[in-house]
Design a binder for this molecule. Structure first.
Ligand SMILES: Cc1cc2nc3c(=O)[nH]c(=O)nc-3n(C[C@H](O)[C@H](O)[C@H](O)COP(=O)(O)OP(=O)(O)OC[C@H]3O[C@@H](n4cnc5c(N)ncnc54)[C@H](O)[C@@H]3O)c2cc1C
Length: 495
């Protein structure tokens, strides 16, 4: 990652900025000592670290407004942060910027079963929403594997997904409204409990905008009735091609499973050693396919999926006969990342999406790339969505390995784009994939996206240096704000 030059002006005025922020957020809400700031120096992409200039933990929308208005007035950069579990460096702080932690916004404000909606603050953990409504048989569908920790504000910013998003949609399909504070301090409300909104779909724009358009201060989510029943199949194959073919056949038969996950041989071995889930370690590929709905429908679909799998040459097929057994099937998949963490001192979790039918080609291509870069790769993925999570194993203490891992990751994502896929499935672009954006978008595409950014944040103060590889002057795109003759981020090349 090419580092940005520091804004010396903000660093020189650091004590003045800290004092001003303390006026806005009194007490312990401003974290300024070096030792305390260290706790925030990275997100879950731990290969990159930066000590934030100062951390602020507001408790009210008025405080968020005042902090942002101050930063806007004095040209101070701001990075919003939820739980810090981003895998793309989305919440990596800036040494010359304010880190705005939203974790004190942790209340479920309203549960409205009649409208099947809940209104929550952005720091509420994803799983906490389900916990708050499950007593009435409801739940919040998107379920990132990090759901015990990650915040709904972070989910909105990253348009997060999870195992069950194949059937129930990503965050964007399950959020009905948001309140955001713009960098100017103004509050905008988009959507609500109603199912449609007038005007442009600005809610759709904000979801997945990676903290670059505004700070989310409230989220209205859709609640779903929990399925009556669910059963899972654990199916092993002698090749990834056969498993990929089975995935395509299931979808082609018009069946949309609640979840359809795949692991390759290396992942199966790592998981089995860690969790002892009873996975067949001699298999080349393993599928977990979950069907949910009314019991009669589920039983029927289980039979169809089993027949499809057998036709594709499945070597092993277990069908859960109790909820405990179903959860045991999932226990391995859910623990896949920590299991792989035991194989190597460091790993990069990549995130790309491909058309499902390209799965065998891409897996073969990854094998070749693994040889070329001299690094191992383990594959765990949301097969139903074509969303790959190759885990590249490396040792940051060995000179040159981090760079090789980065290059390997970039080549995997290039491969995804080459076969008609995209750079990200659910983890966002952040800094991880920023420099690869031109692989996917041409100059006109990128300019158009940056124009949208300029419309919300013309000084480029919100999460700068993320997502876009190259900054434009907003003037080149129709608008430019130059404060006291100073151009925002003069160091970043402009095309
Ligand atoms: C073990 C593990 C498993 C994971 N599994 C999945 C998975 O299955 N699916 C998936 O999609 N992701 C997964 N992730 C990635 C991560 O959990 C998600 O991206 C999550 O949405 C990040 O939420 P967070 O609260 O940690 O946000 P952070 O990491 O704090 O921030 C992420 C981004 O959101 C912005 N942001 C945060 N809060 C706000 C706010 N209130 N307003 C505006 N912008 C904000 C930040 O600026 C940043 O750009 C996983 C991560 C880990 C560590």
């Amino acid at each position: 990652m090419k580092p940005m030059d520091l804004d010396r002006d903000s660093l020189t005025r650091r004590s003045e900025i800290v004092a001003a922020l303390r006026e806005i957020v009194p007490g312990e809400g401003v974290v300024a000592t070096e030792i305390s700031r260290r706790a925030y120096e990275s997100d879950a992409l731990t290969a990159y670290r930066a000590l934030p200039m100062v951390v602020v933990l507001p408790e009210t929308v008025a405080q968020v407004q005042a902090v942002l208005a101050y930063c806007h007035k004095y040209n101070v950069k701001v990075v919003a942060r939820g739980a810090g579990t981003s895998l793309s460096g989305g919440s990596l702080p800036l040494e010359d910027g304010v880190l705005l932690s939203m974790m004190k916004f942790n209340r479920v404000k309203e549960i409205d079963f009649d409208n099947r909606a809940a209104v929550v603050e952005p720091g509420v953990a994803n799983l906490a929403i389900t916990r708050a409504v499950e007593h009435r048989g409801f739940y919040y569908a998107p379920d990132p594997s990090s759901q015990i920790a990650c915040s709904i504000g972070g989910n909105v910013a990253e348009n997060s997904g999870g195992v069950h998003c194949l059937k129930y949609g990503l965050t964007t399909n399950n959020v009905l409204g948001v309140e955001i504070v713009l960098i100017t301090g103004e509050v905008v409300r988009l959507g609500g409990k109603h199912l449609d909104q007038a005007g442009y779909d600005l809610l759709g724009l904000v979801i997945g905008s990676e903290g670059m358009l505004g700070v989310v201060t409230e989220v209205t989510v859709r609640l779903l009735r929990a399925p009556e029943t669910a059963r899972a199949l654990l199916i092993a194959f002698e090749s990834c091609e056969a498993a990929g073919g089975c995935v395509a056949d299931v979808i082609g038969a018009g069946i949309i499973p609640g979840g359809m996950e795949m692991m390759d041989r290396a992942a199966i071995a790592a998981v089995e050693e860690f969790v002892h889930a009873g996975y067949p370690v001699d298999a080349e590929a393993l599928l977990i396919i979950e069907l949910d709905g009314p019991p009669v429908e589920v039983d029927h679909l289980v039979g169809l999926v089993e027949a499809i799998a057998r036709k594709r040459g499945a070597t092993h097929c277990r069908i859960s006969s109790s909820d405990a057994e179903r959860l045991a099937f999932w226990a391995g998949r859910k623990a896949a990342f920590p299991a792989v963490g035991r194989l190597s001192p460091d790993y990069f979790c990549m995130d790309g999406t491909i058309p499902r039918k390209e799965l065998p080609n891409v897996l073969a291509g990854m094998g070749e790339l693994s040889q070329r870069h001299g690094l191992r790769v383990v594959n765990v993925f949301h097969a139903g969505d074509g969303n790959l999570h190759p885990l590249i194993l490396y040792d940051a203490n060995k000179p040159g390995e981090l760079l090789r891992a980065e290059e390997f990751g970039a080549d995997i994502l290039r491969l995804c784009v080459k076969v008609g896929g995209v750079l990200t499935g659910e983890h966002g672009v952040g800094i991880e994939k920023r420099d690869l954006m031109p692989e996917m978008f041409n100059e006109i595409d990128l300019k158009q996206q940056i124009r949208v950014k300029c419309a919300f944040d013309e000084k480029h103060l919100l999460n700068p240096g993320k997502v876009f590889p190259v900054l434009h002057r907003c003037a080149e795109l129709g608008r430019m704000h130059v404060h006291e003759g100073k151009l925002a981020f003069p160091d970043i090349p402009r095309f």
